[in-house]
Every structure is written in C-alpha cells, then in structure tokens.
Design a binder for this molecule. Structure first.
Ligand SMILES: Cc1cc2nc3c(=O)[nH]c(=O)nc-3n(C[C@H](O)[C@H](O)[C@H](O)COP(=O)(O)OP(=O)(O)OC[C@H]3O[C@@H](n4cnc5c(N)ncnc54)[C@H](O)[C@@H]3O)c2cc1C
Length: 421
C-alpha cells in the first residue's frame, strides 16, 4: 500500500520549487513531481534574456538564502537589480542550483492522472508508479495552454508551430519564416531567428509593438508618481505586487478585466534595437486565411486599410501566447473537472489558493484571475509560497481532507465540496 503524504506538488518550475522549499522549512511532509525548470529549458529560445529584472527573477526559500543576486555573486556572474538583462542560461542554472539545495528529493517524474479519493488524491505517474497525498498543489505552469489561432491550426505540423517548440533556432537559416504576434515570445523569437540568418517577417495585429520601457534614472518625484515594483513601474503594477490579497477580495468582473488588460506579454526593452527597423514587420495585420501549397504556407493577411496581402513562407510560427484552460491539463479528468468551479475555464480560488475541490490548490498563471497578473511571473512565487505554507503548516491533515474554512463557507452552500471532515 502506497504511503499517503500530506502534500503533493505537480511541477518543478519557480512556483513548485519555491513552495517546496517553504514547506521543507515549515516541516510539512510532501512529494514534488516534475523535471526541474523544464519550461525554461525546453520552451524558450536559446539566447533569450529575461524580461523581468534581476530583483524580480528569483526563486524563494524561507530565509532568502539563495537569491539570484547571491547565486551570481557566488559564480562570478554579472548581476544588477535592474538594467542588466538576465540570460536565460543563468536563470536556468540558478533554478537547478536552488532545486539541488532546497528540494533535493524532487522526483523527476510526470504525473499522468489525478484521481480524487476519500482521503485526498491518488496521482498516477507516467512511469507506472502511484503516489498518494491528502492535499495537492498544481504548479504546472504555462506549457499546456499554448494557443494557436484557428486560421493556423490545420496547417501540416512541419509548416506551422507554436513559439514554445523552438529552443534551437539555427535550423531556420536561409528559410522564410513568418512569426505571428507582437508579444514577448513572438518578438524574442523574431530577433533570435534574424540573428541566425532566417528571413523573418513579423505579423502584428496592433498598430505598434508595445515594448516595456528601459529602466531610467528616476527622480524622487518620478518614483512617487510611478513607483517601482517587481512588475515594472506605475501604481497599478505596484498594487498588483504589494496587494494580491486585496486584489483577491475585489469583485470578479474587475479582476478579470485587470488580468485581461494589465501587463500584456509585452516584449522587453532589450529587444527593440534588435527588431525595430531590422526585422520586416507588418503592423495592423490579421491572418484571414492560411493554406499549404507546394510545401509552403500562403498567408492571406487582412490589413488595416481594408486591403489584403499574401505572404508566402516556408514556415509560420504562432507567437500567440497561452490561453489558460483547465481542460487542457491532461492529468485532470472529468472526476476533477466536473467538480471544479471555474470562470473562463480557470479555477475560482479561495484566499488560500484552494479550489472548489477541498485540498486541491492551483498556483502560477492558473491563479491569475484570483490573485492578479503577479501570478503570471516568477515574482509571484514568493507570495504563493508564503501564503500556502502558512495555511498548510497550520492545518495538518489527519486522515481526511479538511476544508479551508473560507472555502467551506463559500462552497458549502452550493454543495460543491467533495470529501469533508
Ligand atoms: C518566452 C517567455 C518568456 C518569459 N519570460 C519571463 C521572465 O522574464 N520573467 C518571469 O517572471 N516570467 C517570464 N515568463 C513567464 C514564465 O513562464 C512564468 O513566470 C514561470 O514559468 C512561472 O513559473 P511556474 O512554476 O508557474 O511555471 P513553469 O516554469 O512553467 O513550471 C511548471 C512546471 O510544471 C511541470 N509540469 C507540468 N505538468 C506536469 C505533470 N503532469 N507532471 C509533472 N510536472 C509537470 C512543467 O514541466 C514545468 O516544469 C516567460 C514566459 C515565456 C513563454
């Protein structure tokens, strides 16, 4: 009989690892599954630099012993709180060092199914193993939610792909590539492919690419008018960082609106000189149709002046981001999904990150509609790790799933609660 642990975590990115480090510090028994920093190693292009500043690119241990700054100092790597773009490789190596130090018993195994039971959750592992936990934290990141616009969906796989599938970009040398999108992923890839001798065209729906501004010298007045935060400057970003708990208390329609509009995936300031005037860009363009002919892709673009234009390329990449949708998490079956209360296919969460299924928690981008845009960035892992650990360490489970009192109050009436004490 497989022993049951108090907590299981799915995912070993910045959120999963930070939560694990905090649970260890608080003496909570747990198991954590996933390949360390997998998204960063396998879904982001080589040569990328982080958009977040150094001081917002950490994993979090309870005593802040291994910050990115400390890691860089120990390894003789350049670092600045702001203004120095952190190379992807540095962040990955830092994440792995963090995992080895604080989460050495990480199990590099995939979870293939989650089955709710009377005393928690059974986790079926891809290698045939089974794990059991009273409470489950889903920290599965973004990868399951890749979005490809319907116009591109039916192209043969060799001719169209999502930006997340491109780590090595050298294979596109001398080929004509269209990249669709004006956000961080699309613009990043455009710069890197261009450097690697591909013939890139960027197709952007909006009339301009909205780059994040570079850090500048700021007067006291500037700082009062537009305070700095881990998500950039401005009162709105500051509030998102400082008060995710207050954000959670706001009406749902307001939260959804803010998450939709604030901090879209804008490209970092370092990309502007590599793209503006260098990578051919078609602004204000929508893909009306895409078809394959003679092994190439013909993209029919609707332009803002009502004209159309056909662009023929060897490959089209959708840099169109991610749409969070619980139905895309392959390890969640109907026995979970049917009981999961969602808005826009994302879980409604209590102020302790608990879903409508007692003992089932979601963090990271899946929690953004509850706690705000902060959850889309590694910076939010600090808040999530602290809040969850405080709750989980003070409400140890004894043989049955105990409900979050706030959840019980919230879900009890609707009869959504499953296992109860
Ligand atoms: C191109 C690009 C650039 C970005 N740049 C930045 C940046 O500069 N700064 C920033 O803060 N954010 C950036 N982001 C956002 C970034 O993805 C998130 O901040 C970060 O990954 C959140 O951490 P996470 O732990 O929630 O998710 P992830 O890092 O995605 O980790 C989730 C982990 O869960 C694992 N997992 C999923 N399913 C299973 C399963 N069934 N079993 C086991 N393991 C599983 C995955 O393999 C993955 O390793 C960027 C995103 C993209 C696409």
């Amino acid at each position: 009989m497989t022993e049951i642990v108090d907590v299981a975590i799915i995912g070993a990115g910045p959120y999963g690892l930070s939560i694990a480090a905090h649970l260890s510090g608080a003496g909570v028994g747990y198991r954590i599954f996933g390949a360390p920093m997998h998204t960063w190693r396998t879904s982001m292009p080589e040569g990328m630099v982080l958009k977040s500043e150094g001081n917002a690119s950490n994993l979090y241990d309870p005593r802040s012993e291994l910050t990115l700054e400390r890691y860089c100092a120990d390894h003789g790597l350049p670092y600045a709180h702001t203004g120095f773009p952190i190379p992807l490789t540095t962040f990955i190596d830092y994440g792995i060092a963090f995992q080895r130090r604080f989460v050495p018993h990480l199990e590099d195994r995939q979870v293939s199914a989650v089955i709710p039971t009377s005393d928690g959750f059974d986790l079926q592992l891809q290698d045939g193993g089974l794990a059991r936990a009273r409470r489950l934290i889903v920290a599965a990141g973004i990868r399951a939610y890749e979005y490809i616009p319907p116009e591109l969906e039916n192209l043969p796989p060799g001719l169209a792909s999502h930006s997340a599938t491109h780590v090595k970009v050298a294979g596109f040398a001398d080929r004509k590539v269209a990249i669709v999108g004006g956000g961080a992923s699309a613009v990043n890839l455009a710069a890197l492919l261009n450097k690697n001798a591909a013939e890139v065209t960027l197709i952007v729906r909006k009339d301009a690419i909205a780059y994040c501004g570079p850090p500048t010298r700021r007067t006291l007045l500037d700082r009062i008018k537009e305070p700095e935060s881990g998500l950039g400057t401005g009162w709105r970003s500051w509030a998102c960082c400082a008060m995710p708990g207050v954000f959670h208390a706001m009406p749902e329609s307001f939260r959804l609106m803010v998450v939709r509009k604030h901090l879209p995936a804008a490209p970092g300031w370092t990309l502007q000189p590599q793209v503006d005037g260098i990578v051919p860009t078609i602004l204000g363009a929508r893909i009306a149709r895409a078809r394959e002919s003679g092994g190439r892709v013909h993209l029919e673009l609707g332009l803002r002046d009502g004209e159309t234009k056909v662009l023929t390329v060897d490959h089209v990449i959708a840099g169109t981001g991610y749409h969070v949708d619980m139905r895309r998490l392959a390890f969640l079956g109907p026995d979970v999904l049917d009981r999961l209360d969602c808005v826009e296919h994302t879980p409604r969460l209590s102020r302790r990150f608990e879903s409508s299924i007692p003992g089932l928690f979601f963090v990271g981008t899946a929690a953004a509609n509850s706690f705000g845009p902060l959850m889309r960035f590694a910076y939010g892992a600090n808040f999530a790790a602290k809040r969850l650990t405080q709750y989980l360490s003070h409400s140890p489970m004894r043989g049955s799933v105990r409900r979050d009192p706030v959840q019980s109050e919230r879900w009890g009436k609707e009869g959504l609660a499953g296992t109860a004490d």
